[in-house]
Design a protein around this ligand. Structure first.
Ligand SMILES: [Zn+2]
Length: 246
């Protein structure tokens, strides 16, 4: 689904949809079309190949991308907001298919070392950990992609140690991963999580000029928050209703 300009969103319905059909877990994925030289695309958070309900999440994503007249084969760079399998799980599969590069925040390197060279096994978080092999790590600051777009990487730790968000200043779009959702935040009780850091990261992002907040999950609310009014009131309600419980 096209959101604005070259920005496309593929929102996972959530554990169940309005008709109570089961979808299970997966993340929202986003594409910035034609952002790289040669007309290739940036894909942020590819999601899983298959989730716990047996749904083929990657096939579903590919079909949705094709319905927008884009091709998965044109993905040149996969940016992962953090090292949880429901976000990065399909990275290696897409890399093989598309010869794309894979990247993630520097702070996730411990996790990457844990998965590399091993047959995926059950990690501390209690589910399968697919392998993740970044071509390079993201640093805080500008990420030059080509002549058309410049992205800014923000370190946003708290949900995980090396979580990052991607800001597109020309379009005032922030891709938040599992930092913040509609009415809630990412959990802080998994390895590497920190409530203190999550709150600091949220306050830092709240100071950016944002017109579209692209979140990592819908969780019963909209996956994309639009307009300064809705975005600011979401930050306020999270400060008032969620911060003290973190
Ligand atoms: Zn996560």
């Amino acid at each position: 689904m096209k959101v604005t300009g070259d920005f496309y969103a593929y929102l996972w319905p959530g554990l169940t949809n309005a008709e109570m059909q089961t979808y299970g877990n997966n993340c929202n994925s986003y594409i910035v079309a034609d952002a790289l030289p040669g007309g290739r695309h940036v894909l942020v958070d590819p999601g899983m190949i298959t989730n716990e309900t047996g749904l083929k999440c990657l096939d579903h994503l590919v079909a949705e991308i094709e319905a927008d007249d884009l091709r998965i084969e044109d993905v040149g760079l996969i940016i992962n907001t953090h090292a949880h399998p429901d976000h990065y799980g399909a990275s290696e599969e897409i890399r093989k298919l598309c010869k794309s590069q894979v990247t993630i925040g520097k702070g996730e390197d411990e996790f990457v070392r844990m998965t590399s060279g091993k047959k995926s096994g059950t990690g501390q978080i209690g589910f399968e950990l697919p392998e993740l092999q970044p071509d390079f790590y993201l640093k805080e600051g500008e990420l030059l992609l080509g002549s058309r777009y410049m992205a800014e990487i923000y370190y946003t730790p708290g949900h995980t140690k090396g979580h990052i968000g991607v800001y597109w200043p020309e379009h005032k779009i922030f891709m938040a991963g599992d930092l913040i959702f509609y009415g809630s935040t990412g959990r802080v009780d998994l390895p590497g999580g920190s409530a203190h850091m999550l709150k600091n990261s949220i306050e830092r992002v709240a100071r950016l000029d944002i017109e579209y907040l692209f979140t990592g999950h819908q969780y019963g609310g909209p996956g994309i928050l639009k307009g300064k009014g809705q975005i600011e009131s979401n930050f306020s309600s999270i400060r008032a209703n969620v911060f003290s419980y973190l």
